[in-house]
Structures are given as C-alpha cells and as structure tokens.
Design a protein around this ligand. Structure first.
Ligand code: NAD
Length: 264
C-alpha cells in the first residue's frame, strides 16, 4: 500500500521527549513517508529533540517560544530557508502554571489566565497565520485538546477553558482557511502520562479513573494518537475539517462510573 504521507512536508511543534504526544504523531508521519521539521522550546529541550528528529530522518530543528510572535516569525523564516512549501502542521502545545492546575478554578489569577490562553490557544492561530503563507497547495493542521473542554475535570481548571477556546478556534480557522484547501482539526486525546500531564493535580487518580471507566477499559497510548492523526493529516480525511476527533478509549460517551469499576 502506498504510504499515506509520501511527498508531504510537515512541521511538528511540541516535542519535549519520547513520551510526548508529538512523538507518537511524528513517528507515525515518518513511517508513512512524510518529511519532517521540528520546533522546540528552549535550549534545555534541544538536546532531547535533535536525536529524536534524527530518528525520523530530520535535521531541521528550530527554536520557537510560541509566547512571542517574533520567535514564531523567526522559526518560519528559518523553515523557509529549507522548504518552499508546507503540507501539514502539528500543534501539540499547552501550558499553565502548575500551581493553578490543582484546587479550585475560581482562584485563577489574571496573569496565569492570560498566559495560559496565549500559549495554549492563541499560539495555534498565530502559527496558522504564518503557516498559511507556506501551505500554497492546501494541507492539514492538527491541534491537541482534552475532554476537560467539554466537562469539568478535577484540577484541569483554566486549561479546561483554554481547551474550549482552542476547540472553538479550530472551527473558526477551518472556515477561514477552507477556501485555500487547508483543513483544521483537533484530536481530543485521552489521559496519557506526559511531562505536561504530570503537572496536573492527582493525575494518577485521573488516569486510573479513565482506565476503569472508559468503554475500552484502558487508557490510550501516544502511538494510538499518532495512528489516528494519520487519518486527519493525510488525504484519507480530505473532506473533513473543523472536527474534534476523540481518541480516548471512548471515555467521552460515558455518563457515570462503571458499576464493575473498583473503588478508588
Ligand atoms: P508534553 O509536555 O510532552 O508536550 C507539551 C509541549 O508544549 C512541550 O514540548 C513544551 O515544550 C511545549 N510548550 C509549552 N509551552 C511552550 C511555549 N511557550 N512555546 C513552545 N512550546 C511550548 O505533553 P503532551 O501531553 O504531549 O502535550 C501535548 C498536547 O497534548 C498539549 O496541548 C496537551 O494539553 C494535549 N493533551 C494532553 C493529554 C495528556 O493526557 N497528556 C490529553 C489531551 C490533550
């Protein structure tokens, strides 16, 4: 069978280490024949990202702090020295002050509210403003969201609001970019133990709860998110845009605790 991503060039944003959701997606893209470039945040992550990028045959690894427009501009300027065009973008970035990913939402500070919205929501729009200019043949953009956008989840707090806004921005971006043949979708991933997730209060409890109560009675892996991303990033989903695709072992359809679930 022909590789799904053969001939496509994509930018992977949000790779921190081999536990990252971005890594599950990047590996799947490379296996399906895509050519990849990576962005990373801060010098400390560079030493992790460079060898991972090399495993997927890429030596295009560019710094970018999405909190600063100038940094996003510089990243795209450097990317343009390697490639004339871009076919897909993966935005796997989110951040909020750990001290506010516990306790009550109502105690959120204005500073952290604005910072969380900037890094976790606006950055996707800011990236697509620049990416649009390189996606001259159309293409696909994918971001990562979480069920905490739809329902209240313990400790998720301001990230829940950020994910709700991110999901709405997927729809608005889909409309704006659709006329250029650029599709915009999100995967709502189940809980996975990553660097970002371990900042959330009682994360182990949340992970177990999902395992006991999802229809598939388990959590999901980054490889499974990567496999589902192949549908949304490739031409298999050529008529799909503006969607939130759940890859969560079915957890989002459940109304209450499974009667067989162990007490926690
Ligand atoms: P991760 O820690 O591996 O990735 C988060 C990435 O965000 C890191 O690479 C980090 O460098 C990057 N980042 C944060 N602030 C940045 C900034 N200012 N500029 C540039 N990059 C920045 O964790 P992950 O779980 O793979 O997270 C990826 C995405 O998946 C996030 O949007 C997260 O909310 C989402 N998600 C995670 C889960 C989960 O359970 N792990 C579930 C659903 C959705």
């Amino acid at each position: 069978m022909t590789q799904l991503m053969a001939g496509k060039r994509g930018l992977i944003m949000g790779l921190a280490n081999d536990k990252s959701i971005a890594w599950g997606i990047a590996k799947a893209c490379a296996e399906q024949g895509a050519e990849l470039a990576y962005s990373f945040q801060g010098e400390a992550l560079k030493k992790r990202v460079v060898p991972l990028a090399a495993q997927t045959g890429s030596d295009i690894v560019i710094p970018c702090d999405v909190g600063e427009g100038a940094s996003i501009d510089a990243m795209f300027a450097e990317l343009a020295t390697h490639w004339d065009t871009l076919d897909f973008v993966v935005h796997a970035i989110g951040f909020s002050d750990k001290s506010e990913l516990r306790g009550r939402y109502i105690d959120t500070s204005l500073d952290n509210f604005l910072m969380t919205m900037n890094i976790s929501v606006y950055s996707f729009t800011a990236v697509m403003q620049r990416a649009e200019k390189m996606m001259t043949n159309g293409g696909s953009a994918l971001t990562l969201t979480y069920y905490g956008a739809e329902k209240v989840m313990p400790h998720y707090n301001v990230m829940g609001l950020a994910k709700a806004a991110l999901e709405s921005s997927v729809q608005y971006l889909a409309e704006d970019l659709g006329r250029d043949g650029i599709r915009v979708n999100a995967i709502s991933a189940g809980t996975i133990k990553t660097l970002a997730a371990s900042g959330i209060g009682d994360f182990r409890y949340i992970l177990k709860w999902n395992e006991y109560n999802s229809p598939l009675r388990r959590t999901v892996t980054t490889d499974e998110v990567g496999a589902s991303a192949m549908y949304l990033l490739s031409d298999l989903s050529s008529a799909v845009t503006g969607t939130i695709h759940h890859v969560d072992a079915g957890y989002h359809v459940v109304g209450m605790k499974n009667v067989d679930a162990p007490d926690m």
